[in-house]
Design a protein around this ligand. Structure first.
Ligand code: HEM
Ligand code: NAG
Ligand code: NAG
Length: 304
């Protein structure tokens, strides 16, 4: 696929780099210090269509790509802002984020809105103009800013609060688990040892996730047992039925302060879509590099 407004050396974009553009940016004459919907309207008017078509073709080849892109965006934004740092390979001057615990062996590719929309979910206007970081941080990615699936409800709420996101944003964003997969190693304890889980559901998951750690660790299961590749509110209905796959999913509906939100989203798909959209926009605005900060990488994987 050709991008005439892409100034780097490669004229044909691989899926990887093209998807990266969704989160990142374009060489552009504009030095505006703010994100805006029209950022590329003069310098790269076709950017949104191009990204959409690349994401579309990637998702149609493999549904899970959409989920992986959505998650990538979350993990990028929570570690020093939405600056593409997660895409950088390790280098002589830093160890990057790709092998940090929340990402190692679980991170697959890269774009959020288009993925959501293609899988049946909401769409929204994305502000553009995020520039790329010149560095990445293994230790920051491992510092707990990205909450682990073993988190308590309080930890989930606090981690999001630190990023300017409310408990409501957190519950709505967790609805991203309406698509995608998780590995046995992250839900083993839940399906063997927790009590707030539907018995038949636990048994089904145990079939492909052996009790002993070290065996079948990378076997995957859908995060949403009802409609695995469709962006809808079934995730919340599952929680009402004790069929959340991760500890951090079920904890949202376990007699605590977020129960009522889960109930609301389980009953009302429109409210979920609208709160999810609001929260995605907030998350995408965490500490972006704008104006002359950062740079525009020629190769997504390394600083210029
Ligand atoms: C609330 C705190 C969250 C926790 C504890 C959490 C945890 C996890 C874990 C453990 C996995 C499976 C990873 C693996 O198997 O290696 C996962 C997958 C996923 N997460 Fe989250 N997550 C959270 C919030 C979010 C948010 C805010 C988003 C996006 C808006 C998101 C999107 C996804 C997606 C789409 C997948 C599936 C990825 C794929 O199939 O490749 N998660 N999450
Ligand atoms: C990442 O996973 C690989 C493969 O399991 C492992 O060899 C490596 O030690 C892990 N890296 C870190 C930093 O944990
Ligand atoms: C379940 O709990 C027991 C007792 O605490 C522990 O020894 C075991 O490793 C746990 N099993 C899993 C799969 O987490």
């Amino acid at each position: 696929m050709k991008m005439s407004c892409h100034a780097s050396s490669s004229s044909s974009l691989t899926t990887f780099t093209a998807l990266a553009f969704f989160l990142l940016l374009f060489p552009s004459g504009s030095s505006s210090a703010k994100l805006s919907i029209n950022f590329y309207s003069k310098t790269c008017p076709n950017v949104l269509n191009t990204v959409r078509s690349v994401v579309h073709s990637a998702v149609s080849k493999e549904h899970r790509i959409g989920a992986s892109l959505l998650r990538l965006h979350f993990h990028d934004c929570f570690v020093n802002g939405c600056d593409g740092s997660i895409l950088l390979d390790d280098s002589s001057s830093f160890i990057g984020e790709k092998t940090a615990a929340p990402n190692n062996r679980s991170l697959r590719a890269i774009a959020a809105r288009d993925s959501t929309e293609i899988l049946g979910g909401p769409s929204w206007k994305v502000t553009l103009g995020r520039r790329d970081s010149k560095t990445a941080s293994f230790s920051d990615a491992n510092s707990g800013v990205i909450p682990p699936p073993t988190s308590t409800l309080n930890n989930l709420i606090n981690r999001f609060k630190t990023k300017g996101l409310s408990a409501k944003d957190m519950v709505a964003l967790s609805g991203a688990h309406t698509i995608g997969r998780a590995r046995c190693t992250v839900f083993r304890t839940r399906i063997y040892n927790e009590t707030n889980i539907d018995g038949a559901f636990a048994k089904t998951r145990q079939k492909n996730c052996p009790r002993t750690s070290g065996s079948g660790d990378d076997n995957i299961a859908p995060l949403d047992v009802s409609t695995r590749d469709f962006f809808d509110n079934k995730y919340y209905k599952n929680l009402l039925n004790k069929k959340g796959l991760l500890h951090s999913d079920q904890i949202l509906f376990n007699g605590g302060s977020t129960d009522s939100l889960v109930r609301t989203y389980s009953r009302n798909d429109k409210t979920f879509d609208s709160d999810f959209t609001t929260a995605m926009i907030k998350m995408g605005n965490i500490q972006p590099l704008t104006g002359s900060k950062g740079e525009i990488r020629k190769n997504c994987r390394k600083p210029n």
